[in-house]
Write a protein that binds this ligand. Structure first.
Ligand code: URA
Length: 264
């Protein structure tokens, strides 16, 4: 895919996300309009050469993966070693603007649930911890309502570095970072994966999804049951969707043979 097509894809994904958040219009300043004009009239670049490597048979590719530049070789044999490798990674452009890498945290020993979000935001980038901001507080509450603590589950993201301005990570960034996520999942061996939000779901399942219809549908990733649901950031803006998210979490608990603790 050319750089221009990638940009258009990214803009489309961003607009879809905003639409799902309930935005009907988007204000574009005259300065931004002026900047966009030359891009819109640029000639498309020639398509890049086909990908060099292919994922192993039966392994779903992360969205956009693999590309010629996606050859991160994970050398770490433990989660700590992988986190160390991530901390010095410069395999994609995100390294240039990050403050801290955010490899993930929690129970590494086959936890009942692995939560996967899209990527670090400003709070996570400052602290080096996943879901450390306001959406994270809601996620922590959800985890608590399910009868767990954050330490009993594992929490990570599709990409481990913040994308500037919290934009959606580009396909090549997802592709490059996918090696780390794969290696983490193989070591953690979660019983169930819960994927949070449209972009994380699309990246993991490598297909476009309409989240409002797709959430709550059991899928698998590398043989592990996977439940797609809304992102806590989205729930903060659309609290009416919490009910459906809770239904998804109850389905997860039922699969694990658990019932949520009584509230209060
Ligand atoms: N949103 C995400 O998807 N991940 C985080 O870690 C924080 C916010």
């Amino acid at each position: 895919m050319s750089r221009r097509d990638q940009l258009l894809d990214n803009i489309n994904a961003f607009l879809e996300y905003k639409k799902e958040e309930g935005f009907q219009t988007l204000e574009i300043s005259p300065e931004t309009r002026a900047k966009l004009k030359p891009v819109a009239t640029q000639k498309p670049e020639p398509a890049p050469k086909p990908a060099a490597a292919k994922p192993a048979a039966g392994t779903p590719a992360l969205r956009g993966a693999p590309t010629a530049g996606s050859d991160v070789r994970v050398t770490g044999k433990t989660l700590a070693e992988i986190a160390k490798q991530i901390s010095t990674c410069s395999a994609c452009g995100l390294h240039a603007s990050r403050n801290k890498t955010v490899p993930g945290e929690g129970n590494p020993n086959s936890p009942d649930i692995l939560f996967i979000g899209e990527g670090p935001g400003a709070d996570e980038d400052a602290q080096g911890r996943p879901f450390a901001g306001e959406p994270g507080q809601l996620l922590t509450k959800m985890i608590g309502a399910m009868g767990y603590t954050r330490e009993q589950v594992f929490i990570t993201n599709i990409v481990k570095c913040r994308a500037p301005g919290n934009r959606v990570p580009l396909p090549e960034e997802i592709s490059v970072c996918s090696a780390y996520l794969r290696a983490q999942i193989a070591l953690i061996k979660p019983k169930i994966i819960v994927v949070l939000g449209k972009h994380a779901i699309e990246a993991l399942l490598n297909k476009p999804v309409a989240i409002t219809r797709f959430r709550g549908t059991w899928c698998t990733y590398e043989g592990i049951d996977l439940m797609p649901t809304f992102h806590p950031g989205y729930l903060l803006k659309s609290p009416g969707k919490k009910r459906e998210t809770w239904a998804d979490m109850q389905a997860v608990l039922a699969k694990l043979g658990k019932t949520p603790p009584k509230a209060g």
